[in-house]
Design a protein around this ligand. Structure first.
Ligand code: HAX
Length: 435
């Protein structure tokens, strides 16, 4: 992928020079202050990181290099005249800030296909795990086993110059992205389909081949995968998984170590694991109510029962967003177009009407609206991917695109070790009594 690599290096070198000059001439300019609430409240909104690939607005949602989800759906190349964007195009856009041509997106697809070989020891490692190991645990273990392939780690051990960090990180990122669908589908088939593995179909794109290796033949499911792997890719740098990759990467841990760390963060129920929690919660509701067509009153009661047990309603709320997540909206549009009569999808739409007023009524939830995870499971269930413990792995495969593109930028811009300051409660109390 010489064109992409060259473009990236040229752009990154120019920005590096510009940022160095900014740091030198205006480094003392104060951008923001930090409140006590932010120190005690998970650093919400503290501006402390540069992240080029996307930016999140509380009202508008995510923009990838300035493009909203409806815009990328329209402008990114499509696979063989399909309707959904190719994630290859989004990776290109996030890495170099330009919408690729159809040929460029297809060339990137071919490049990932060439890099997709996974060494046998990775599968052997996975095979040694109990079958009921959570798929996200298998996923991070698989990625860690693959770390043996890191070009960055090898070249660093040989004495690589700082000027080449970006190059080795680019190679590792491209290789890792290429291999993730192979690892993920291997985990899916060994866990749920008696290790009946399916060989790659090299005529397909990255998402289509992933759908094929998972065992899904419906071309609409491949379209879903293209949309899914595009919209989950990046959500600026402050979210837990992205920030973890950024933090771990800042120690010059290679892309494999950094990405695996981020995946452990995605595996938390307040973050990516929410996609499995949503559908688990919906299945339990159906079971406890004894119907797949619950009334609004039945659903309301189930929501109140969940809250009374001191639990959150999964798929609702967000640390930044204050509107329905455009990623939820994109999935709703997909479902309306392809599967509007699906029973499980209808329940998700019913929840969209019922949950927000109830959460608003609690008086403390800052965002009562659905996030990305509220919708994804129902569509997957409709197409037959019912094993919800696997859902966060799908999210993880997609998230690689954003966080690894961003890691390439971090290495190319020469970002230093990340090291914010912590304080003790004693220090905080003293500071407040003196103010
Ligand atoms: N159900 C019930 N209560 C909720 C809630 C929900 N969906 N969302 C927030 N709250 C509660 C919080 O638990 C908190 O209660 P306490 O003060 O008693 O601790 C209060 O409302 C204020 O929280 P907030 O400021 O509105 O939300 P946060 O920024 O602290 O947290 C979360 C954001 C996403 C973690 C939160 O909304 C939540 O737990 N949602 C459910 C889990 C979920 O869907 N997570 C996925 C988020 C998207 C994502 O990252 N995907 O990967």
């Amino acid at each position: 992928m010489d064109i992409l690599k060259k473009k990236f290096h040229e752009k990154a070198s120019a920005l590096k020079a510009e940022l160095r000059a900014i740091a030198k001439e205006q480094g003392g300019t104060q951008l923001d202050t930090v409140s006590v609430k932010q120190v005690l409240g998970g650093m919400r909104g503290v501006k402390s990181m540069l992240w080029e690939t996307s930016q999140l607005d509380a009202q508008e949602g995510i923009r990838f290099r300035g493009y909203s989800i409806p815009e990328i759906k329209e402008k990114l190349p499509k696979f063989k005249g399909g309707k959904e964007p190719m994630p290859e195009g989004l990776f290109w856009l996030m890495l170099v800030g330009e919408i690729p041509t159809q040929e460029e997106a297809e060339a990137l697809s071919d490049e990932w296909e060439k890099r997709a070989h996974v060494p046998e020891h990775v599968f052997n490692t996975l095979n040694n795990l109990p079958k009921d190991t959570h798929p996200m645990t298998q996923f991070t273990i698989g990625i860690m086993a693959l770390q043996s392939e890191s070009i960055f780690a090898k070249r660093y051990a040989e004495g690589m110059s700082k000027n080449d960090y970006w190059d080795a990180t680019f190679e590792d990122s491209m290789n890792l992205i290429a291999k993730l669908p192979v690892i993920a589908s291997n985990i899916y088939r060994r866990t749920y389909h008696n290790s009946d593995f399916i060989d790659a179909d090299t005529s397909l794109d990255w998402s289509g081949n992933f759908a094929h290796m998972l065992g899904f033949k419906d071309s609409d499911f491949s379209s879903l995968m293209r949309l899914y792997l595009t919209i989950h890719a990046d959500h600026e740098g402050g979210n837990a998984s992205a920030h973890t990759v950024h933090l771990v990467g800042s120690t010059l841990s290679d892309a494999y170590n950094s990405f695996a760390a981020g995946m452990n963060s995605l595996a938390g129920p307040l973050h990516g694991l929410a996609n499995q929690e949503v559908i688990k919660w919906v299945f339990r509701m159906i079971e406890s109510l004894g119907t797949t067509e619950p009334t609004d009153d039945q659903i309301k009661q189930y929501i109140h029962d969940t809250l009374d047990k001191g639990q959150v309603i999964p798929g609702y709320g967000h640390a930044v967003l204050r509107q329905p997540d455009p990623r939820f909206v994109a999935q709703r549009e997909f479902a309306k177009e392809y599967i509007k009569d699906s029973e499980i999808v209808k329940i998700v739409w019913q929840l969209f009407d019922i949950v927000p007023p109830i959460l608003q009524g609690l008086g403390k939830v800052k965002n009562p609206w659905p996030n990305v995870d509220a919708h994804s499971g129902a569509i997957l269930v409709h197409y037959g991917l019912k094993e919800y413990s696997f859902y966060t792995v799908l999210f993880g495969v997609s998230r690689a695109l954003g966080v690894l593109a961003a890691l390439c930028w971090s290495r190319a811009l020469g970002f230093p070790l990340e090291r914010p300051k912590s304080v003790t409660s004693e220090w905080l109390k003293n500071e407040l009594s003196n103010s």
